[in-house]
Structures are given as C-alpha cells and as structure tokens.
Design a protein around this ligand. Sequence first.
Ligand SMILES: Nc1ncnc2c1ncn2[C@@H]1O[C@H](COP(=O)(O)OP(=O)(O)O)[C@@H](O)[C@H]1O
Ligand SMILES: N[C@@H](CCOP(=O)(O)O)C(=O)O
Length: 289
Amino acid sequence: MKQIDLRIPATSANLGLGFDSIGVAVTKFLKIRAYENAEFKVDFLNSDLDILPPGEDNLVISTAKSIARKYNKEMPPVRVEMDSEIPLAHGLGSSSSAIVAGIEIAAYFCDLNLSDHDKIMLGCDIEGHPDNIGPCITGGVFVGYYNHGELYYHVLDDIDFSLIVSVPNYMINTNEARRALPDSYSRQTAVNQNAITNVMLFSLFNKEYVDMGRLMMKDQFHEIYRRPLIKEFDEIKDGALRKDAYATVISGAGPSVMTLCAKDDVQGILRELKKIDNVEHEELEIYKK
Ligand SMILES: Nc1ncnc2c1ncn2[C@@H]1O[C@H](COP(=O)(O)OP(=O)(O)O)[C@@H](O)[C@H]1O
Ligand SMILES: N[C@@H](CCOP(=O)(O)O)C(=O)O
C-alpha cells in the first residue's frame, strides 16, 4: 500500500515591504500521513482542526484532486491523518501549507515527477501569489514574482537574524484582510515602495540587519490599512523596538505579528512582550530545506 508522510512548514508572508512577493518558512508544521483508502477521508489528530471539512471538500484533498486532473490522472482515494502546529487564519500561511500538502500528495500518488518550480507554479495558480507557497516549498527567505503563469524566484537561507512570532487569540480571514487594501496606489507611493524594497533586499543580502529592519517598517502597501484590524500591533511593535528588535511587522494578513531581531536580544524581547495580554509569543527558527 502506498503511503506518504509530510511535514509542511508555516510561512510568514510580506516581511513588511514584500507584499505578495517575499516570505519566510518557519519551524511550525502541518503534519500529514496519507495512504490509499476506499474513500477520501480526513482524520484530525488535533481538536483545533475540527472546524475543517473531513471529506473531499477539505483543501488538501480538493487540491490533490485538481492537480491530478490538470495532469489527466485520476487521484486515488486516500485517507489523510492531519495534525498541525499552524493556527488557522492567523497570518502564518495555513492555507498555503494545506495547498502544498495537496500538491505533494497528488505528485506522490499520481507519479507526477514535479520540480520545485512546477510545484510553486501550481500552488500560485490556486493561491494567486507566491509569498507563502514559495517558501513553503523551498524553505528559507523566498523572493518571487508570479503573474499569469510567469514565475521567477530566489531563495536565501544564509540568515543570521532570529524571529519571534506574536499570535493574538482571534482569527483574520486573509480574503477579508485583502479587502481592507485600496485598489490602486499613487505613482509616488509605488515609486517609494519600489525604492525602499530594492534597498531593503540589498541590506538583507549584506546582513546589514539594522538598515534592513528600518526599511521593512516603511511599507506603504498594506500595513497602514491592516493595523486597525490588529489592536495589539502597536504595543507589540513598541515593546520589541524598545528592546532593540530590527523590525516588527504584520505576518501575512495578520493577526500574527513577526519580530526580527539579533539572537542575543530574543530573551529580553520575549520578557517585554509577555506583559501583553491575550497574545502568545514564541521564538521560531527559519525552516531550511
Ligand atoms: N490543514 C488544512 N486543511 C484544510 N484546510 C485548511 C488547512 N489549513 C487552512 N485551511 C483553510 O484555509 C483557511 C485559512 O486560510 P487564510 O484565511 O488564508 O489564513 P492563513 O493562510 O493565514 O492561515 C482555513 O479557514 C481553511 O479553510
Ligand atoms: N501577501 C498576502 C499574504 C497572506 O498571508 P496569510 O498567511 O495571511 O494567508 C497578503 O498580505 O494578503
């Protein structure tokens, strides 16, 4: 009997400036075992997942079936045992992890022989942007451009900063948080964002993390519109920056908040952040493949 075990990472998209383009894979995982079965069925090993559908309309299974169809193959029915450390609808890319799991399941059970490039493209066709799907597949910090079937990307995993994620105790649906953004931006805003992002990426590559962090916090595309949705954001950011963090930004569409800092500053920042009510804070590693 064919069986596959998967460990798919969570991802934090945007990193401030890189709306729909930049993301990082982190050490929280969606864990899946899938094996042939008489019918499609999902068993949840964690009660937080009980709100998800247990049948063919589960995102993991519907993705696997649609990928198989795309390659003119029949997806054999599978039973999926699912456990997850990734909170749903919290800005840590749970939907992308589920989509990537579906792609991996289809690739395995239908012998599709897909490259990473193929998998990212298939995931982006579903999700629409590569900033979660990309790092979920490649690990590390991912910088990508995807538009109507065109995909370019790079991955960086030589990184010396640490991450702290702050997770508020409510969900934000990504589609709703996207509706909070304007349909268009002025030419000056686009020019500024372009310049700031270009310089930020060189600071990241050159490990000039103080500059990188300052620039990351100059986003003009999404953070200003989403901050009102995350009432703890300012307190988390002020606390982390007081303790020398490089940057504090919204993770994906929120409500989680990501702090980037020097390894030596992690404990001091965590002590400061733990004073904030109704938010869980945790140090995360960057997941490298
Ligand atoms: N493991 C999973 N299995 C099936 N569906 C999932 C899984 N994880 C997430 N989803 C779907 O994705 C939705 C959350 O996606 P989204 O609003 O984009 O938030 P995020 O990706 O930031 O967690 C869930 O409500 C659910 O419909
Ligand atoms: N670029 C997207 C990223 C959404 O990430 P998620 O983890 O909240 O799904 C956006 O900012 O909308």
